[in-house]
Design a protein around this ligand. Structure first.
Ligand code: ME8
Length: 685
């Protein structure tokens, strides 16, 4: 029987826009799904939005719209985000959908009929941001929620209770007999000691607001948002053709919500009559992405800290590419650990590992195919192999197995590290065999063997990367003359055997697959992602192709179009600054005297701008070239210049002495100006 794999993400609250933390869990789920499909399994990936509860109701009131209109809007933002990140869920469930509402009521009745619900009065300390009760000892000084650092509220109301206390022993038995139920181990230990400390019955209905699923047969109450939300994983498949996927193998959560998933959720399911084999296999808890040392978050108060750049995943993917972002998220942070998220870090990883290691391998080898083998992959006959190739194959085979094992244990960072190691191994082999020297011999046999081996390893690496960089992997395969990765049930496509790239395959060389970040492109990218004071990203590792080894002209142009440097987006500007801080920014009216393109820097313009200074006009380098096909149009234009910005060195003698203000969208860019003319140098306040 085909093995099946069901993975879920938390359903996200719709009280704010999606941010990089949500993207993280969803990218992991998507990559796991792609990996399992590639291995021939039937895989299903569920995500969605959590739309009920007091927190959402309050946000809707603040926004002056009905809760339904509010959740429709934000849920759409989540749904539309995923394709932009290459994330392809098989289902997207909303807790306001009838299938879910009816499902939750059905499971409520089951739990009630099992005798596990009773009515009483609850008095407790409630954090609306968590939608959860807190005990006094958990609180931070000042009666603040330890997660949200906001005051908790005292609630006293009539409520339905769930007999959680009854499940203390069954839960402890579950953790003991199935240690894989909560991973990693550190989280399991925390959960076990929490449950060992004793479980109070849980309040599972609310009567002081109405935005929720009505309690069956008790219309004055709505079902507690966590009872409602947790059942989404079941209501999405229950009673449908997809029911065969139940139970989920992997339920991904961050550590803030592990208790709900590892304690309440299995208790609800046990109460509803689910035996062990029908409980989820593993609740897998990952760490937090941090920005400026704090959890990236949409909760006001946490975003107010100064962050080194935007945390909006769409803006990042637009500028740097979805696959580059996905690679970084999975490669950078050990899965299960917290990790600092940084935009310069994304560029550094992409440069060193994707560009200079994987892309480089392909673009070093392909030109030899064109020049010496009529554009076809050369043959490598067994009798022509030396120890170098035999050792290489053994090493790659070992890595392929290890990478698979790392994926199977959700050690994605390790899987990617080893995948890159495969490409590095091939680069070393290339250096050692020096094909540019072999090409000097009349007999091309040895050259063919080397090039065939390097290209086969590009294939192996592309396939192993494809759960994470699906579009880029397909581009690599395309240039090798191969079809995109296309999973088929019961066919394991993990590159376990050597030789998937057959001799005589016609290659299709093209543009560099991974970006090459020259300093100007990189500076423009950082600026457009609001990175102002970023530390320099790790610079290029040693040169990747000597002129000697270059058999033919190879393209080396940047392939990512950076958004033009513009003023920071309003979105992140929620922290206020004192007037004195604003006054430090010296904004001046300028007049453009000349504007010219810069050879081989197709995004940049070199402007000479008059600010009425005795020292003469300033040179300003601006990433606006794409918006001005007729560059002369700029001459004579009145612009707004940040005049006291430290000079910025773009390399090759290009130094910018100021920045122009502009507004931009993906479609257009306009420079800030005034409807009337003012003398050059006039202060803008
Ligand atoms: O908790 N780092 O929704 P939510 C890593 N609706 N992951 C992060 C993150 C960060 N900084 N920030 C968010 C809820 N996440 C409930 C879930 S499920 C039945 C109900 C991810 O919008 C991570 O997966 O607060 C975390 O668990 C989830 O978003 C919380 O999303």
């Amino acid at each position: 029987m085909t093995q099946r794999f069901y993975v879920t993400t938390p359903i996200y609250y719709v009280n704010g826009s999606p941010h990089i933390g949500h993207a993280y869990t969803s990218v992991v789920a998507d990559a796991l799904t792609r990996y399992h499909r590639m291995r021939g399994e039937r895989a299903r990936f569920l995500t969605g939005t959590d739309e009920h509860g007091q927190k959402i109701e309050r946000e809707a009131v603040k926004a002056g719209v009905t809760p339904q209109a509010f959740v429709d809007d934000v849920s759409t933002r989540f749904r539309e985000l995923w394709p932009k990140l290459g994330v392809q869920p098989d289902d997207f469930i909303r807790t306001t959908e009838p299938r879910h509402v009816e499902g939750v009521q059905k499971w409520w009745r089951k739990v009630r009929d099992a005798g596990d619900l009773y009515k009483g009065t609850y008095k407790g300390l409630y954090c609306v941001a968590c939608e959860g009760y807190k005990t006094e000892k958990e609180l931070l000084p000042g009666a603040l929620c330890p997660i949200h650092e906001r005051p908790v509220e005292t609630l006293e109301e009539e409520t339905w209770f769930f007999r959680l206390s009854k499940y203390q022993e069954p839960l402890l038995k579950l953790y003991a007999e199935h240690p894989e139920f909560v991973l990693p181990e550190t989280r399991r230990n925390e959960i076990v000691s929490f449950v060992q400390g004793g479980l109070d019955d849980l309040s599972v209905s609310r009567s002081n607001f109405t935005w929720g699923i009505p309690v069956p047969d008790d219309p004055g109450h709505v079902i507690y948002v966590w009872f409602d939300a947790l059942f989404n994983y079941l209501t999405a498949v229950d009673g449908t053709a997809e029911a065969e996927f139940w139970p989920p193998q992997i339920q991904l959560v961050a550590k803030d919500i592990v208790r709900f998933h590892a304690v309440y959720w299995p208790a609800f399911l046990m109460s509803a009559g689910f035996p062990r084999e029908k409980l989820p296999t593993t609740v897998w808890t990952h760490g937090y992405l941090l920005s400026g040392g704090r959890k990236t978050s949409k909760t006001p108060g946490l975003t107010a800290v100064k962050t080194p750049g935007t945390t909006d995943p769409v803006r990042i993917a637009d500028v740097l590419g979805a696959d580059v972002l996905r690679f970084y998220l999975l490669r950078e942070v050990g899965f299960g650990q917290d990790g600092e998220f940084s935009i310069p870090g994304i560029i550094g990883r992409a440069r060193a590992e994707l560009g200079e290691t994987v892309g480089n391998l392909l673009h070093r080898a392909l030109p030899f195919v064109g020049k010496y083998f009529e554009g076809k992959v050369p043959a490598a006959r067994d009798e022509d192999l030396t120890d170098a190739e035999r050792n290489l194959r053994t090493r790659i085979a070992a890595l392929v197995t290890e990478v698979g094992a790392a994926w199977d244990t959700l050690a994605m960072h390790r899987a990617l590290e080893l995948t890159i190691e495969a490409a590095r191994t091939a680069n070393r082999y290339f250096d050692e065999t020096a094909p540019w020297k072999l090409a000097k011999s009349e007999d091309r046999t040895r050259l063919g063997v080397v090039i065939a081996h390097v290209l086969e390893i590009v294939r192996v690496v592309a396939v192993m990367l494809s759960p994470v960089t699906p579009a880029k992997s397909d581009e690599l395969l395309h240039q090798l003359g191969l079809d995109p990765v296309a999973p088929r049930e019961d066919v394991d496509q993990w590159p376990l055997s050597w030789g998937g790239l057959a001799a005589h395959t016609v290659v299709r060389p093209g543009q560099p697959v991974f970006p090459k970040y020259d300093p100007a492109t990189e500076a423009a990218m950082l600026l457009s992602l609001d990175v102002r004071d970023a530390e320099a990203t790790p610079k290029s590792t040693p040169k990747t192709m000597s002129t000697e080894e270059k058999p033919a002209e190879t393209a080396a142009a940047p392939v990512i179009a950076p958004a033009a440097p513009v003023a920071p987006a309003a979105e992140e500007a929620s922290a206020t600054i004192a007037y004195d801080d604003f006054a430090k920014v010296d904004l001046r009216v300028g007049k453009v005297l000349t504007a010219e393109r810069i050879p081989r820097k197709d995004k940049l313009l070199k402007l000479s701008v008059d600010l009425g200074e005795a020292s003469g006009p300033r040179t300003i380098i601006a990433g606006i070239a794409l918006a001005f096909p007729v560059v002369e149009e700029l001459v004579g234009q009145q612009v707004v210049v940040v005049a006291n910005l430290a000079p910025r060195d773009f390399g090759k003698g290009l130094v910018s002495h100021g920045m122009l203000l502009a507004a931009s969208s993906p479609e257009s860019l306009s420079l800030a100006t005034f409807p009337k003319a003012y003398a050059a140098g006039t202060r803008v306040k």
